[in-house]
Write a protein that binds this ligand. Sequence first.
Ligand code: ANZ
Ligand code: ZN
Length: 873
Amino acid sequence: MTTSVPDRYNPKTSEPKWQQAWDERHVFQTPPTDDDRPKYYVLEMFPYPSGRIHMGHVRNYAMGDVVARYKRARGHAVLHPMGWDAFGMPAENAAMEKGVHPKGWTYDNIAAMREQLKVIGLAIDWDREFATCDPEYYQHEQALFLDFLEAGIVERRKSTVNWDPVDNTVLANEQVIDGKGWRSGAPVERRELTQWFLKISDYSDELLEGLDSLDRWPEKVRLMQKNWIGKSQGARVFFPLSGDSAHTDEKLEVFTTRPDTLFGASFCAISPQHPLAARLAKDNAPIADFIADCAKVGTSEEAIEKAEKRGIDTGLTAQHPFIDGKQLPVYIANFVLMEYGTGAIFACPAHDQRDLDFARKYDLPVTAVVAPKDADASEFASTLEAGSEAYTGDGVAINSEFLNGLAVGEAKAKAIAALEDKALGEGTTNYRLRDWGISRQRYWGCPIPIIHCDDCGVVPVPKADLPVTLPEDVTFDAPGNPLDRHATWKDVTCPNCGKAARRETDTFDTFVDSSWYFARFTAPNAETPTDRAAANKWLPVDQYIGGIEHAILHLLYSRFFTRAMQKTGHVDLAEPFAGLFTQGMVNHETYKSADGTWLSPAEIDFQTIDGARTATARDTGNPVSIGSVEKMSKSKKNTIDPTDIINEYGADTARFFMLSDSPPERDVEWTEAGVEGAWRFTQRLWRAVTGNAAAMPDPGTPAPADFSDAALALRKETHKAIQGVTDGIDSFRFNSAVARLYELVNALSGFKIGAGNAGDGFAAREASETLVQLAAPMIPHLAEEAWATLGHETLVVDLPWPQADDALLVEDSVTLAVQVNGKRRDELTVARDADQPTIEQAALALDKVQKALDGKQVRKVIVVPGRIVNIVG
Ligand code: ANZ
Ligand code: ZN
């Protein structure tokens, strides 16, 4: 038996020791495909190699690690890999600002972050690690693209992009700030570029319907995806055009979700990018100017939404489909998006706010055509028509001839039927979801495996020639895409005809890289993008964990990509992530000096004066204002470096704090007091577990027949903790699992082994060992150290999860409802094994029962064990 137990746990020596022990024994290596335990694939969204891990990573990976370790202990074959989402702009920015090469910058960052992650002691199979910028990875992405191309999932077409005329580059919507390029500050223009698209919109319905099967996804995320796909039922209406520049028989096709409001139509409007607008601009300078003006606003929906509504009359008119001779003016309006519906609308100002704002500005008619069911129609109409607020609620049709009196839904159907009769429209379904443009005019991304030949056109790179690798000798001293400027990389011979041809110099959107990495992890060295057997074994990901910021794009693209891979024979499933958890953020107070600059927590001293907490700058002593608690971010300097925390307290404390303080889906506030509390708790746990070690029986000593009351109570606490922690982890409530650990630590800390009492010794060992096992997924290093201290030569990481003994979970007492003549009067708590006479007597002694009997003779007492006592008087 160990005799000298250190009374303090020292993470500095223990953590590296146990990490090495796990490593040497390859405990986290993924079991082979033919392992017959049930599989479990847990994955945290892989990090971008920015250079340093942050607290958000620690929280994310600590959660995934608890799940991985727990599932392993529960007898699963676990896959828990890690990799790097390594392409993207920051590497190119670093190249431009610091003159480093994106490749070197990225791999250096990966090396640094890998070291930081290893210190956390994560149960990861590092043998499967890859970075998306490894040619060994992206060659398979290129192969997938070629398969998608062949399967008709890829298309090349023109589209409008945000163009920065100074930096000579395409900007993402997020890079357009108030209509200006984020780096150059130059007004952004719109340009038409020929680009590659993945036809995700072909899958709109499937992606929508698939959401119903994702019952282990947060409802919120499913709703966000649903809105993003944005299915709406409506109609296409064809308005015959007339006017100077109209062609005979030309019709304007609009999309509407409200065909029931057609009688309130006041004007039609087309997008500035509508082909008709372009045609009109040719010989109309004011129209051309207006279109050019509109192009100065970014292409994002948000930018367009925010801009003041403006338009210009085209001089054309549109014939109303139901009212003979009624001609509506046709405007070009800045609020009509080319990418939605047909890029043209009819406007009903009474029932659409944007239309109303526009109508007021250009003095166009407003006619109410829907009124609430119980309202006085003419009174309602005149108020609405004079006001500045559109009515978008439900109701019945008014001022609408054959639709009058019909509810909105019925009126829509009847209007569509009438349009179809006259061949002036048809019912239709529209989706908000657009095809996914994947071309980026960037260097640091996966090259698109295409060759352009003057004779053959677009020629796919033969698969045998993959990968198309990025050239390394590039320069970043000029704006635009370095691949375009490279002297020779572009120059190739056409694989088809052998003539001189050019490589595609665009690279993939980095979202492509992250849309299938989870599949690659199932066989990271396969010679094809996936190994079917391995993919079939491990997919779907059973538990995916990441930030809510990826709720839409990354998850939707991955769901689409999986379907595309299914269609091209790379996987056999449609939904990649069976379970999804979105964790909250890590927040911290913010600090600002008098001159408005942000200060980091390390630059501040705190004082408590008369109970009030104040802060001063460490170097100047000047007062600092303590600001709101916000997401840790470099710009506000309110970050805490995980490495500093781990150096000071050890990885277990950092992990434990991230798991214990608040429910995992909520934000957690990082505080000094909080992390110190976590540190103290780990030390208390250590003392509770090891404090009795010298007096305990040897490991494996069987249970004696008798236990003192105190020993029995401790055993019950132990088994209750097993159940509580198990439930907590199973339901992703790590904070409540932690609360159960606290309870067991409390029970164990107060327990003394009676001299020579075998039952006490057994109960103490059982409680100590159980506590170690239950805490192990969260604080795995301390658990191993304690396990060894308790006299074991095995590793906790290899043990099966403890099982609660049902007999010890039974509560000692039960609460019964007490009725008098069938009416509930009171309740009664008795010992679980109390006999009938004891229960009867106790029930009859209750004040409320005596009162209800009101002196009546008791005729019968019926006891339903565990539930009810009924007294018949
Ligand atoms: C006439 C109308 C009357 C409309 C009314 C609304 C209310 P959701 O529900 O998002 O699908 N719309 C159609 N295409 C547009 C475009 N390219 N740019 C801007 N707006 C466009 O929205 C559909 C409605 O948005 C359509 O129904 C159309 O206006 C407008 F009382 O048609 B509605
Ligand atoms: Zn050719």
